[in-house]
Structure formats: structure tokens, C-alpha cells
Design a protein around this ligand. Structure first.
Ligand SMILES: O=C(O)c1cccc(C(=O)CC[C@H]2O[C@@H](n3cnc4c(=O)[nH]cnc43)[C@H](O)[C@@H]2O)c1
Length: 245
């Protein structure tokens, strides 16, 4: 059976993923974070609420991946998941976005000529590209759109920054705060990654009262209901493996 680790920021997002299974059992990770383990699905699904932002996401993901590897039960896929801001009109409230590129949008330097990504300063990486066939299959099954999703450390709160992000990242569909951190940890472990976002708000001038978190969490559950079938469609039946304790 395929083993999938889903990393969310907060418990409400994790519980929206767990809702697919009806119930989830708690497993404590080294360091004390609590993983939730779903039973009765055609994939072995674990969900972790690792905290808000790319650093917490990377730390939690790396801990869960290391614990699973040391237990001899490594994950086959990591999914960064949760609610996110959508760029209108392509990603309206309540829609689901699957990332074809997971982009660190504010990792770099401001210069007199504008923003420079760290790659242009000679360091690291600013983009992870999930397997396109997997992205297509997961998006099709979920009725989602696919395109770039940016990771930011500061939620966009104005029209000027929204326009700047859209100009710097053509086709960008959504903004969230964890995808790149999850993807960095997955890459360090050689595990494929996806990012799935359900749109709770429009990226632009801050209007917290207009966020539709309940609708987005329901859309997230709906997307995860279709994930096992999509994984099988994209990669074939899972190889035999020993059952989990
Ligand atoms: O208040 C609640 O009930 C609640 C339930 C679920 C999630 C939240 C969050 O505030 C999660 C923070 C989380 O949301 C992502 N997010 C959502 N919209 C945006 C955005 O426009 N720009 C950036 N990030 C966004 C982000 O990944 C945060 O981790 C509250």
C-alpha cells in the first residue's frame, strides 16, 4: 500500500483531510508532535499539522519523514495541503488548486532594480516541480485547476503586491505559506511532493471577514476523497508491502 504524508499548517486543515477516513488515530513523533493516521483507505494516509510558515512546515515534514524511514516504513509521497489565497479570476473562492510549481516567492533580496531570487545571488533553489503526470491526474480527479502556487512568509494584503506577484510568476493561481518548506524537506529525503490548496480568500487587499474558511475546508476534504483513485490512475496499483502496526 502507498504511504502518503499530508502536511497542513493548522489542526482544522488536518482534520479536514482526516475526515476522508472518518477517524484518525494519534501517533506521537520524536519531539512530541502528533501525527494522525487514517485507517480503511486504499492508501496509508498520515496527516500532520506542523504549524504556519515554511520553517515550521519543513521542520515537521523532515521529522515525520525521518521517523518513518527509521521505522522501515518510508513515505512514497508528501502532500502540502490546506487553505490558501486564490488569484482571481482563475482560482475563485471554494475552488481547488494543485501546484504544477511550488515557488518560494519572497526568498531573495530587494535591490534598486527590484526583487532578486536567491538563485540569482548564487544560492539554492526557489522552485520545486511535482511530477506533471501526477499533478494532471490529481487535478482531474479533484476537479481542480493546476498552475504555479507561491509560498510567502507574509500574507499579501494589498493590490500592489498581488499584481507584483502575478507579474513575477506568470499564471500563478494561489498563495500560501508552507508549500516550499514541505517541498524542501521532501526533496532532501528524495520523496515526491504535491501541493493542494482550497481557496479561502482572494489574494489582494486584506478583508479577513470575506475569508470563506468553512467552504475551503469542505473543498479540501472533497479533493482528498479523490486522491487514492488519482494516485492509482497515475502510477498503477501499489506494490505489496507489509501492513503498518
Ligand atoms: O480560523 C480558522 O478557523 C482557520 C481554519 C483553518 C486555517 C486557518 C488559517 O488561518 C490557516 C493559515 C494558513 O492559511 C494559508 N493561507 C490562507 N490564505 C492565504 C493567503 O491569502 N496568503 C497566504 N496564506 C494563506 C496559509 O498557508 C496559512 O498557513 C484558520
Amino acid at each position: 500500500m502507498r504511504r502518503v504524508l499530508v502536511v497542513t499548517a493548522v489542526a482544522a486543515e488536518r482534520d479536514a483531510v482526516c475526515a476522508v477516513a472518518g477517524s484518525c488515530a494519534a501517533v506521537t513523533l520524536p519531539g512530541g508532535q502528533e501525527l494522525r493516521r487514517a485507517a480503511g483507505l486504499p492508501v496509508a494516509l498520515d496527516a500532520l499539522a506542523a504549524g504556519v510558515g515554511p520553517a515550521a512546515a519543513a521542520a515537521g515534514t523532515a521529522t515525520a519523514l525521518t521517523a518513518a524511514a527509521l521505522a522501515g516504513q518510508p513515505y512514497d509521497l508528501v502532500v502540502s495541503a490546506g487553505i490558501g489565497g486564490g488569484f482571481p479570476p482563475a482560482a475563485p473562492l471554494g475552488s481547488v488548486v494543485v501546484a504544477e510549481a511550488i515557488v518560494a516567492a519572497d526568498l531573495g533580496a530587494e535591490t534598486p532594480d527590484g526583487f532578486l531570487p536567491v538563485t540569482e545571488l548564487g544560492f539554492g533553489t526557489v522552485v520545486h516541480r511535482p511530477d506533471p503526470a501526477l499533478v494532471r491526474a490529481v487535478a482531474a480527479a479533484a476537479g481542480a485547476v493546476s498552475g504555479p502556487v507561491v509560498t510567502v512568509s507574509t500574507v499579501t494584503g494589498g493590490a500592489a503586491r498581488a499584481a507584483e506577484l502575478a507579474a513575477r510568476h506568470p499564471g500563478v493561481l494561489a498563495e500560501a505559506m508552507e508549500g516550499f518548506g514541505v517541498a524542501e524537506a521532501a526533496a532532501a529525503h528524495g520523496v515526491p511532493v504535491l501541493e493542494i490548496r482550497a481557496v479561502s480568500n482572494a489574494v489582494g487587499p486584506r478583508d479577513r471577514a470575506a475569508w470563506r474558511i468553512g467552504d475551503a475546508l469542505a473543498a479540501l476534504t472533497g479533493a482528498f476523497r479523490t486522491l487514492p483513485g488519482a494516485l492509482t490512475a497515475a502510477t498503477g496499483p501499489a506494490p505489496e508491502s507489509p501492513p503498518r502496526p
